[in-house]
Design a protein around this ligand. Structure first.
Ligand code: NDP
Length: 279
């Protein structure tokens, strides 16, 4: 039976540490502000935004909410980002994605000052990660590294297979695992012999967005399995990209869905905000 990697507990520990740090910074006269911009009223985005505001409140950072109508133009959004970039009282800027189709996501990401890019999506942040320079790291993969570190998983020399190569999860995950000295394989929809490749993994990280795609026969006995996927069925029940019931008896450690990777993303966003306050 696998040990459960408890993302709820680990994210709570991180938030406690950050709360302590913001209290210390406050004593030194530094009060953090995160600007959260949402364009349109997509219900899923509204839930994410609400959770981010709650986390800010909990750790002691001010959140400045900008709830803009769906018909906001790209120029209006860029003007707002420009003002926030120039405002010394604002430490972090986050635009909740996706933005409406008439706004180009890439242009918006590129407009945020790299010094305030707490999502870690700006090309400069990604470039810094690639060449091992300091910079903000995308929150979900950074959260996975924390889960592995705090669960004492040996990454140095481990065979790590990452399934998925998105800009926000798979690619930065590969760079972070390289930084931890793992031997990294990145698989995607064109990969041949996926099962065989996965079965070679000491650490298997799955971010493909396909419900319960990874079954027990993809998993090497004793592997550490990290499931990034989130799927909600018609009864509101959550599941991941990994078939948990099959994987759990084979793996040595596994993240559940919910309560694994999910809670870490916001905790690492808060971590990035605190980092932005100390720059
Ligand atoms: P994307 O859709 O952007 O990327 C999916 C990746 O999986 C692509 O690289 C794609 O390959 C690959 N893929 C798709 N099908 C297969 C397949 N059959 N075999 C191998 N590879 C495949 O997804 P994201 O990275 O944004 O998200 C992945 C999952 O993680 C989703 O369920 C999402 O909801 C969840 N998620 C959870 C977060 C959290 O906080 N827990 C945060 C972010 C995402 P190709 O490039 O060739 O198309």
């Amino acid at each position: 039976m696998a040990k459960i990697i408890d993302g709820k507990k680990i994210s709570a520990e991180i938030k406690e540490e950050l709360k302590e740090q913001t209290a210390q910074l406050k004593l030194a006269g530094v009060e953090g502000t995160l600007a959260v911009i949402q364009v349109g009223a997509d219900p899923a985005s509204s839930v994410y935004v609400r959770n981010k505001k709650k986390a800010c409140e909990y750790i002691g950072i001010r959140s400045q909410a900008y709830e803009l109508p769906e018909e906001t133009t790209q120029k209006e959004l860029l003007d707002l980002i420009g003002r926030l970039n120039a405002d010394d009282a604002v430490h972090g800027i986050l635009v909740q994605l996706p933005v409406p189709a008439h706004i180009e996501e890439k242009t918006i990401i590129n407009a945020i000052s790299p010094a305030k890019d707490v999502d870690g999506f700006h090309p400069e942040s990604v470039g810094s990660l690639t060449i091992g320079q300091p910079g903000f790291v995308s929150c979900t993969p950074a959260g996975i590294i924390e889960l592995l570190r705090r669960s004492k998983v040996k990454m140095d020399g481990a065979n790590c297979v990452i399934v998925g190569r998105s800009n926000i999860v798979g690619k930065p995950m590969a760079l972070l695992m390289l930084r931890e000295h793992a031997t990294v394989t990145v698989a995607h929809s064109h990969t041949k012999n996926l099962k065989e490749i996965c079965r070679n993994a000491d650490i298997l990280i799955v971010a493909i967005g396909k419900r319960e795609f990874i079954t027990g026969d993809y998993i090497k006995p004793g592997a550490v399995v990290i499931d990034v996927g989130i799927h909600r069925d018609e009864n509101n029940k959550l599941s991941g990209d990994v078939k948990y019931d099959e994987a759990e008896p084979i793996a040595s450690m596994i993240t559940p869905v919910p309560g694994g990777v999910g809670p870490m993303t916001i905790a690492m966003l808060m971590h990035n905000c605190v980092e932005a306050m100390t720059k």
